[in-house]
Design a protein around this ligand. Sequence first.
Ligand SMILES: NC(=O)c1ccc[n+]([C@@H]2O[C@H](COP(=O)([O-])OP(=O)(O)OC[C@H]3O[C@@H](n4cnc5c(N)ncnc54)[C@H](O)[C@@H]3O)[C@@H](O)[C@H]2O)c1
Length: 358
Amino acid sequence: MKNFNHLKLTKFISNIFLQSGSNEEESFSIADHLVDSNLVGHDSHGVIRVSKYIQWLNDGNIKLNQSIKIIKEDNSFLHIDGNFGYGQPIAKQSFNLGIKKAKKNGHCILALKNLGHIGRVGAWSEMAALNGCVSVLFVNTSGFGILMAPHGGTDRRLSANPIAIGIPIEKNDYLVLDMATSVVAEGKIMVAKNKGSKLPEGMILDGYGNPTNDPIKFYSEPVGSILPFGGHKGFGLAFMIDILSGALTGGNSSHPDNDNSHSLINNTLAIIMDTQQTVSNNYFQNDINRLTTWVKDSPKADNVSEILLPGEIEKNTKKERLINGVPLDDQTIKDIKDTAILVGIKDVDNDFIYTLLN
Ligand SMILES: NC(=O)c1ccc[n+]([C@@H]2O[C@H](COP(=O)([O-])OP(=O)(O)OC[C@H]3O[C@@H](n4cnc5c(N)ncnc54)[C@H](O)[C@@H]3O)[C@@H](O)[C@H]2O)c1
């Protein structure tokens, strides 16, 4: 494990995307999002993804430098086609428009189809919250990232179908619940595999439908599956999210025979509301503060020092990593190095990599 300076890392990752054909804005948008995911502690959605993104690009599954195409629009609705562009820049363009509409008209429903991996979903809720908007996001993958067994099933039938809910709070801050509906996000299994560690019990099945904690068994043929969180409830939520973000946006719900199942598409349905056009800001913030104090005052269980609200652990991790740097394991560093060389960046040896350390 080595700790990297987030600014130097962002610049280096940005350069990888630039060398692979993305323009400066797109390169920075992807790199900034990935490094921020590492900063908040979601290494599964951080720079570990760089080699995969470039592989998808080289396989022709993602298109460079795309702009959004508006299919349908009214005062409070936007239906957008992402033209199979990288997820981060397409989501950024779309949420900018959606937030603008919500600020003007009180709310906006944003239906997004055909965009690449949007990474850490909570980042888009944070963006809405920092603009004074509540947001609810439902996300699927249309047939590519099928990973999760249905409740009672034993093989992969659904994606990890995440949901994010963001709330703006005082002092330009936010609360964000951001979670996969699988008991663990697939990227965290990849992180455990790269580190050579085991997973806690009750998260995954091997390719024969047996419980296992070995990430290698999850990835080897026949591939394993992830369980939904909370049994039938997580499964039910994942199934409905697939319909809302897949079928309702026109981007397809999880099925391996879909036209776009060859690439990781993150169709998204988002509800964005300007809080100030619903209730007074004073009332909203006072009520949140009252609820927060009430919940945080619960007597703590053994070994618990603080009750954390949605998004708090990420904010705490970010504070720490901004100071101490982003920890990356040797396999991830090697993958990034190899990808940099692949796209034509010269002199990327260990000496160079060490200049990026914190
Ligand atoms: N783009 C995609 O297709 C996709 C798919 C799946 C997951 N993801 C992303 O993967 C990331 C990880 O998802 P996950 O389900 O593993 O998240 P997680 O289980 O780490 O966290 C889920 C939520 O629980 C909160 N939380 C964590 N620990 C807590 C505690 N001790 N007390 C109170 N609250 C706590 C977090 O703030 C977060 O809001 C997310 O950013 C998600 O958006 C993306």
